[in-house]
Design a binder for this molecule. Structure first.
Ligand SMILES: Cc1cc2nc3c(=O)[nH]c(=O)nc-3n(C[C@H](O)[C@H](O)[C@H](O)COP(=O)(O)O)c2cc1C
Length: 240
């Protein structure tokens, strides 16, 4: 199986350690590609809107986004990690997610996303870990991913792994190992179930695309929906 990890920080701190605990079980038989932010997506979206209106290949950061996108497309399991920075995911994570705005359902979602599974790991000193996870989940769900597990921790103590109380380390390791075991047992040859909410979002956007297509059949997003067959009978969660 293939795993892609998007690390919201380059620091080999606690977030890194937690991610390593989660991955341990997969290491012997999975192919794992990791991206570290901001190194692997170092620039901000400048809002030129070329990706939305014309073509994603016109993005000034395409070389970075293309690599990440193809890893996301190929992976069976997507893992996102972030410490909480001022109650949210890191700015580096947000900057990367902004570049994928054109992959939100109202634009041009990747059909593969509808069958994927994802895990989000966040942690914080006192508060903000859950909202950091929510930031990431928001994008993933609008990309079409229905199966998203989140694991969020509050340290309430030191911020260095080696100085954490053994009980705290044990608690976090237990929770992550439990989730890792659950994710390990999945048969990744079978697509994840697409939820009712994801389907509803799809059908609402489909109505919007139909109406946009009537006004302008050359509209970029409409042409994408049409070419995927989504304006007709094809659905991204069904096997062709
Ligand atoms: C810029 C910045 C903002 C932070 N904001 C929060 C916050 O809102 N809530 C919180 O509990 N901890 C906050 N922290 C603390 C980190 O979430 C915490 O130290 C975390 O363990 C760091 O993870 P790391 O070792 O993977 O870098 C912040 C740290 C930084 C550097």
């Amino acid at each position: 199986m293939k795993i892609v990890v998007i690390n919201g920080t380059e620091k080999k701190g606690i977030t890194y350690k937690l991610k390593e605990i989660f991955l341990e079980k997969f290491k012997s038989d999975a192919s794992i590609i990791e991206y570290y932010l901001p190194k692997d997506c170092p620039s901000f979206c400048l809002g030129c809107t070329q990706c939305f209106l014309k073509d994603e290949n016109l993005c000034k950061d395409r070389e970075y986004i293309k690599k990440i996108e193809s890893s996301l497309r190929e992976a069976d399991l997507l893992i996102f990690t972030s410490p909480a920075y001022v109650f949210h995911a890191t700015g580096a994570m947000k900057a990367m997610l902004d570049h994928f705005g054109y992959r939100w359902m109202p634009h041009r979602p990747m059909p593969e996303m509808f069958g994927k599974r994802a895990v989000i790991i966040t942690q914080c000193l006192g508060s903000g870990g859950k909202s950091a996870a929510k930031d990431i989940k928001h994008s993933l769900s609008w990309w079409g991913v229905s199966y998203i597990k989140t694991c969020s921790f509050k340290l309430f103590s030191d911020i260095h792994w080696d100085k954490l109380a053994p009980k705290k380390k044990k608690q976090m390791t237990y929770k992550l190992t439990k989730l890792s075991n659950k994710m390990y047992k999945i048969n990744y040859n079978k697509k994840a179930h697409t939820s009712f909410i994801t389907k509803m979002k799809f059908y609402i956007v489909r109505l919007l695309q139909k109406s946009l297509g009537k006004q302008d059949p050359e509209y970029t997003d409409y042409k994408y929906w049409k070419s995927n067959g989504w304006i007709d009978k094809t659905r991204p969660w069904k096997n062709k």
